[in-house]
Design a protein around this ligand. Structure first.
Ligand code: UTP
Length: 414
């Protein structure tokens, strides 16, 4: 893209100021800026002002869940089905690690965060240790080690650091030939008026475009071919920040396969009706997730026919998707989320500012919206005290402190 084409593209979206320093830049910097302008999609920005054009939510109904007692009663059956699928490499794990972790506020990617006290216990190490439990269980009685292919999504912001960290730690004992990295797309970040921030005179502030684009990004990286080559039929995607995360859990895999559903979602009983987790539900008759900020007092008070609170199962960002269904929906349009965040930027005097408070918007698509594109999803209950220790903040709720306490309760040495 040349200068006048870039100017024309920016003008269409009211962002000409991004070329404000063009004449001061070196040739390389000019090229970098023009390439970024060519690549970035500015079309979502107008929704800041035209929010009423975003699709409205539908009618919510309770979906319930497969609860602990039923899972316990059928555990051996599910386990056998799940292990069989894992042994045939039909299950891959997808670590969504492209986020910026702004609430935690570390300069390094979240997976590098060390929650250890007497020794190093990195978040990535915890995740690999949990996945190794599955590898060991599936390998028992086999004449070879059964590896679960592990796909790791990063972004431009943390790719080098994440891949370097894994190499430096020798993949924490995982089989590096079964680890596949791919990068997600970026989206521009704006101030409250919808003007893109500049990070440098030659770079527009951009951030990862949410965790909802993971399958498309995997495909762009050529990994769909790898998935077919390996014979992977199910992909279990999960967040980086839950240090008790159980991925490729054979019982969950078995239950989802046997249910015949297109997907499964691990859920926990909500701690309180207003807990800040998305709740599994039906929306206009299709599986869906109500974000906590969409929970009205009526929805919080609603009861199901058993008299229990409806919308009582919260998602923990651990979903199992059937690959064939992902391929079918991958070109669908997903809802856009305009999220208020802290966006580092270059001030008028040229200094780099790392704001203490949110100062604008990022544009994201979310993995939970993929569930609503499917015809069926099995909500699968797990015990939160065994499987849910998210690290979003340094202290308080969902923090390093609370996750350490949950690790201790689960006998994990820190
Ligand atoms: P969060 O919603 O916690 O977002 O991500 P975040 O960006 O990591 O953190 P904050 O909100 O800035 O503090 C939930 C999961 O989705 C991944 C994260 O890495 C985490 O595993 N994610 C999020 C991505 O992979 N890409 C994104 O663009 C956003």
């Amino acid at each position: 893209m040349n200068y006048s084409e870039a100017k024309e593209k920016l003008a269409k979206y009211g962002q000409e100021h991004a070329l404000g320093y063009y004449d001061e830049l070196t040739e390389d910097q000019q090229e970098e800026l023009l390439a970024q302008i060519e690549h970035l999609d500015f079309s979502p920005i107008h929704y800041i002002k035209d929010r009423d054009e975003l699709p409205a939510r539908g009618v919510f109904e309770d979906l319930g869940a497969m609860e602990l007692d039923e899972i316990e009663a059928r555990k051996q059956e599910f386990l056998a089905t799940g292990l069989d699928a894992i042994r045939h490499t039909k299950v891959g794990a997808v670590l969504l690690a492209g986020g910026m972790g702004t609430r935690l506020g570390s300069d390094n990617p979240k997976c590098m965060y060390d929650i250890g006290i007497t020794k190093h216990v990195y978040i990535m190490q915890r995740l690999i240790e949990n996945l190794m439990d599955v590898v060991n269980a599936a390998s028992e009685g086999q004449d070879h080690t059964v590896w679960v292919p592990l796909f790791i999504m990063t972004s431009d912001k943390n790719h080098e650091a994440t891949t370097g960290f894994m190499k430096e730690h020798d993949y924490f004992g995982y089989n590096k030939d079964m680890v596949f990295f791919f990068k997600q797309e970026m989206a521009p970040a704006t101030d409250y008026e919808g003007k893109v921030y500049l990070e440098e005179k030659y770079r527009i502030a951009s951030s990862p475009n949410g965790n909802g684009g993971w399958f498309v990004s995997m495909d762009r990286a050529g990994l769909l071919d790898k998935i077919h080559e390996l014979g992977v039929e199910w992909l279990n995607c999960f967040s980086v920040d839950n240090v008790l995360q159980r991925m490729a859990d054979p019982v969950f895999v078995g239950a989802t396969i046997e249910s015949g559903a297109a997907a499964g979602a691990k859920v926990v009983k909500k701690a309180a009706p207003d807990e800040k987790v998305g709740a599994m539900c039906l929306e206009d008759g299709k599986p869906s997730i109500i974000e906590y900020y969409d929970m009205t007092p009526e929805l919080m008070a609603a009861k199901n026919e058993k008299g229990d609170p409806a919308f009582n199962f919260g998602v923990i960002l651990n979903y199992l998707f059937r690959v064939a269904d992902l391929e079918r929906i991958m070109n669908d349009r997903f809802p856009l989320h305009i999220v208020e965040k802290k966006i580092p930027y270059m001030a008028k005097d040229g200094t780099y500012v790392k704001p203490e408070k949110p100062n604008g918007y990022k544009f994201e698509s979310l993995v939970l919206d993929m569930i609503h594109q499917l015809d069926s999803c099995l909500p699968f209950e797990v015990r939160r005290e065994y499987e849910f220790a998210p690290i979003k903040n340094k202290t308080g709720i969902d923090s390093v402190e609370s996750a350490r306490e949950l690790c201790r309760q689960n006998g994990i040495e820190l």
